[in-house]
Design a protein around this ligand. Structure first.
Ligand code: ATP
Length: 465
């Protein structure tokens, strides 16, 4: 590893902020929690929805070459035989003969148990899929699996989508949803859990054009994080070496982020060839080839798959947004979220609780909440209220003060610069909407262009770098 950079925030600060302000709680907490499962609280659910929404908008709705679907979590068990998951979705498991703690064999560096120093068993292959049963009888015939990825839902619907939308190559199918993996080791907060959410694209291309599209998607996905405010120096593309490639992959890069525990995978982008469509075609007996109307050729398309995690993205956006600075002589914690991601966009604050001030503030609030996610807060001093909003990443605070009663103007305070402008109430909604559209916050590299693969790739042959 050549990389010396370290994250500027410790994980325990993120975990405690999330707990304290209602972003993320341990699952079933009153029963002592359930290891590696998490519940999103009132602010967390808004943040997570905004991440999904930004992905769906930019990857599906703003493009001509993409359609979305939503497939079921339970699929025909043969899907997982065809995809190779029943045979090959394994991690090496070692167990301590002394304390019986289990570890992922490829993640521990020592020959002895990291907990007690005891002797470890030889690695056994452990299948990561959760098995379950369909129907009331728990027999072999009714065994199925909770999906370990959403991708297979796109492959088995390839023909349905082509026939119903008359799409021509290249085009992609996208979906987001829950996936489940019985991970041997979990941890680092929401980074690795057994139930998580993915945002995946299967982008189908003509064989022979896959390298061009692979590079296109590396840039497109890397820049998605940059556009939403993640600092470029906290991201890199890492190429998988041959031994690391999954059974289906011809090439794979990870988008790695500098998490508090070090560089780790945020998203995987794989060139999967025609493996999946061919496998499903063979196992189902249904031809899944494509008629190229221009050349009249029939072929099985190749696939590029950008596969991102919602929860890992949420964690990366939280870590990157976290900052501490001095405001009005006091230390403050601030989440510098891009406005598209901020759970609350605008806080509406009366300067005091005086009745006539409250009435005008509530009028402003009632009008804005129809089109903007706003929060009303009239408790404690105005300074304390600004701090509370900074800590949850609210980009703007609107304050109604005594001057507002006289001239029908209010102030807008900006979270990062902490400056204030005064605007007429009549123009407030339009002004806020323009600010929230994100132009003020759009992070562009020098020269105004986005990053090219050559500038963001670091070739490495060591797993986990
Ligand atoms: P890792 O090597 O970290 O286990 P992976 O290479 O197995 O990840 P993929 O199969 O490429 O992961 O899944 C695509 C994305 O789904 C990952 O980049 C990650 O964002 C997310 N993801 C995968 N497993 C988990 C998990 N256990 N918890 C949270 N997110 C996950």
């Amino acid at each position: 590893m050549t990389e010396q950079a370290t994250s500027k925030v410790a994980m325990d600060k993120i975990v405690s902020l999330c707990r304290r302000r209602g972003f993320i709680f341990p699952s079933s907490e009153i029963y002592g929690g359930l290891s590696s499962c998490w519940d999103y609280g009132p602010l967390g659910v808004e943040l997570k929805r905004n991440v999904r929404e930004a992905w769906w908008r930019m990857m599906v709705q703003e493009r001509d070459d993409m359609v979305g679907i939503e497939t079921s979590i339970l699929m025909h068990p043969q899907v997982w035989v065809a995809s190779g998951h029943v045979k090959a979705f394994h991690d090496p498991l070692v167990e301590c003969k002394c304390c019986h703690v289990r570890w992922r064999g490829d993640e521990i560096q020592t020959a002895a148990c990291p907990t007690c120093g005891g002797e470890l068993t030889a690695p056994q292959q452990f299948n990561l899929m959760f098995k379950t049963f369909m129907g009331p009888v728990e027999d072999h015939a009714s065994v199925t699996y909770l999906r370990p990825e959403t991708a297979q839902g796109m492959f088995v619907n390839f023909e349905n989508v082509v026939n119903t939308t008359r799409r021509r190559l290249p085009f992609g199918i996208a979906q987001m949803g829950k996936s489940f993996r019985n991970e041997i080791t979990t941890g680092n907060f929401i980074f690795r859990s057994r139930e998580f959410e993915q945002m995946e694209i299967e982008y189908f291309v003509k064989p022979g054009t896959e390298q061009k599209w692979f590079e296109y998607w590396l840039e497109e996905r890397f820049n998605w994080y940059v556009r939403l405010g993640i600092k470029k120096e906290h991201l890199k593309l890492r190429e998988h070496c041959k031994e690391e490639l999954a059974h289906y992959a011809r090439g794979c890069f990870d988008v790695n982020y500098l998490f508090p525990m070090g560089w780790a995978e945020l998203e995987g982008i794989a060139s999967r060839g025609d493996y999946d469509l061919k496998q499903h075609s063979t196992c189902s007996g249904k031809g899944l080839d494509y008629l190229d109307e221009e050349t009249k050729e029939r072929y099985v398309p190749y696939v590029i798959e950008p596969s991102a995690g919602v929860d890992r993205s949420v964690l990366a956006f939280l870590c990157d947004a976290y900052d501490e600075d001095i405001a009005e002589g006091e230390q403050r914690v601030v989440l510098r979220f891009h406005p598209l991601l901020a759970p609350v966009k605008v806080a509406i604050l009366p300067l005091s609780k005086k009745e006539h001030l409250a009435a005008l503030t509530k009028e402003v609030y009632a009008d804005l909440r129809k089109s903007i996610v706003v929060q009303y807060d009239d408790t404690q001093s105005i300074g304390r209220r600004y701090r509370r909003q900074d800590e949850i990443g609210t980009p703007f605070c609107v304050t109604v003060d005594f001057q507002s009663l006289e001239d029908k103007t209010v102030t807008i305070r900006e979270r990062d610069r902490m400056d204030q402008i005064r605007v007429p109430i009549a123009e407030l909604k339009k002004t806020l909407q323009a600010k929230l559209s994100g132009e003020d916050f759009l992070v562009l590299p020098p020269g105004g262009k986005f990053w090219k693969t050559a500038e963001i790739t670091e070739k490495q042959s060591v797993k986990g770098a």
